[in-house]
Design a protein around this ligand. Structure first.
Ligand code: 13P
Length: 268
């Protein structure tokens, strides 16, 4: 089942690996093959798995996981479909390469490349136009959290980053507190639950605009909201089984097949 197929059912967990700027051919392929082998020998494990390697490995990783049920995604896409944008990659190219997902608005893109909510919104729209699921990332910095601004920051980012036409079947939200990424620190479960409930509420409001709150709520219930930031096999169970948490966007721990698989198993 894809997110959005059944509006009344809790979505299956999505366990997504964001490899970031890691992986040469040999280790990337070994990782992908190990995961594909686990899926093949396990059968339907109850979660959906996604890997987002660097652009350079998309073609080869796509072949390595072909037929396994593991989905392929990219870590970014450009907002235009083609043209004079040296070094960029469009959603059309990703679709052509077999991707089904594109992460947009990751905090490292927002900070390294000065991506604003408006840019993220247009990238998500570009992904949608090519039939890709956009994984839209939001999350507060440490300073914002310390000043009590977490909920207002996430609300503002969602309002600015979700394009018209977003739905449970073409959009996943990833809540990634910036201060938790790569630090080994995570919010306490109550804080994660509070933000995820807010995200679902804000998604319902946004997607219900012009269609009625009921439709917005149905879409929001079916939408997958992932937690990301220092997820590992030890903390996965307490974070990923919370209400309103429908999987994880995993960085460092997604580079080890055993750890990534353990995280996925603990999401159920
Ligand atoms: P880590 O799991 O390494 O903290 O990274 C999280 C992340 O940024 C995933 O997109």
């Amino acid at each position: 089942m894809q997110a959005g197929d059944t509006m009344t059912v809790t979505p299956r967990p999505l366990i997504a690996g964001n490899w970031k700027m890691n992986g040469l051919r040999e280790d990337g392929l070994a990782l992908a093959r190990a995961l594909a082998e686990r899926v093949r020998s396990t059968g339907d494990a109850g979660f959906d798995m996604l890997v987002c390697p660097p652009f350079t490995l998309l073609a080869e990783i796509g072949l390595a996981i072909d037929g396994s049920g593991i989905a392929l995604g990219a870590q970014d896409c450009h907002q235009e479909q083609q043209g004079a944008h040296t070094g960029d990659v469009s959603a059309a190219m990703l679709n052509d390469m077999g991707c089904r997902y594109a992460i947009v608005g990751h905090s490292e893109r927002r900070s390294d490349h000065a991506e604003t909510d408006a840019v993220v919104e247009s990238k998500a729209g570009a992904a949608h136009r090519q039939g890709l699921v956009a994984i839209v990332c939001v999350g507060e910095t440490g300073d914002e959290r310390d000043s009590g601004a977490t909920l207002s920051v996430v609300t503002r980012q969602l309002a600015g980053s979700l394009p018209d036409g977003a739905s449970a079947s073409n959009t996943v939200i990833a809540y990634e507190p910036v201060w938790a990424i790569g630090t080994g620190r995570t919010p306490c479960p109550d804080d994660v639950a509070e933000v995820h409930a807010l995200v679902r509420d804000r998604v319902a409001a946004k997607l219900g605009l012009g269609k009625g709150r009921g439709e917005g709520e149905a879409q929001a219930r079916a939408m997958r909201i992932l937690y990301g930031g220092s997820v590992n096999p030890s903390n996965a169970a307490e974070l990923l089984t919370l209400d309103d948490v429908n999987g994880a966007l995993v960085g460092g721990a997604s580079l080890k097949a055993d750890d990534f698989w353990s995280i996925a198993e603990r999401s159920l």
